[in-house]
Write a protein that binds this ligand. Sequence first.
Ligand code: 6PG
Length: 258
Amino acid sequence: MAKMEHHARVIVERTAEQATAAAANLFKTIVCEAVGQRHRAHVALAGGTTPHALYQKLAADATSGEVPWREVEVFFGDERDVPQDHVESNYHMAQRVLLDHVPIDPSRVHPMPADAQDMQAAAEQYEATIRKAVPAEGGHVPRFDLVLLGMGGDGHTASLFPNTDALKEHHRLVYAGFVPVLGRNRMTFTYPLINAARNVMFLVTGGDKAEAVLGVLGDSDEIRKQLPAAAVKPTNGCLIMVLDSAAARLTGIAPAGA
Ligand code: 6PG
């Protein structure tokens, strides 16, 4: 097993379903703690396909009352340059699968305007909305209670893709730009905003992510610096990586209860 030098709490579950259930439990714990202490939970949701099952589970559990949805405020960690009702929209997926099924205050759901004509102005506007809603607590960067992230096979996370200028943004909290590998524009949280969070939770499943997961958790700086997800290191918060055994298979970390 590679020597694992990282700062993450790594949770490995045998199946994707079990990893999703573990992530749902952590989501509930983090949100309840935030609401218990600060009467509000500020959460940034992830996009892509992996979180779909998590959002389904949170929606299915909504009637249990375990999550104080009326005190939750939702933002999005990144978004594609499509309208909010487009099938590729991260907001559309979260709205359809989760937000339409929980008693969240619609005024506390903030879609990311990644299809705006003026993307820079839209990114600045979204940052202003975050700064207004999410306390920075003495610092100057708003602190989310939870930033939920996925990871691509190339180690990208949110829309922080390898070899893009977004990785070099250390002042703005929201960045909009062209992603050559996609041939599309994206809008994304930047590292300063992600790393200011109290909790950052990756949910990564599937064997196609195993190489990237090993790179992020491994101790090769050479490899890590090529993987944007490896630079997610909360300054004063918890980094949690929830994996299924397929995504963790190269790390040598055994699933819980194995
Ligand atoms: C997006 C996501 C992106 C995603 C990874 C993994 O907008 O696509 O923010 O970062 O988390 O690409 O995607 P999958 O979960 O679909 O594998």
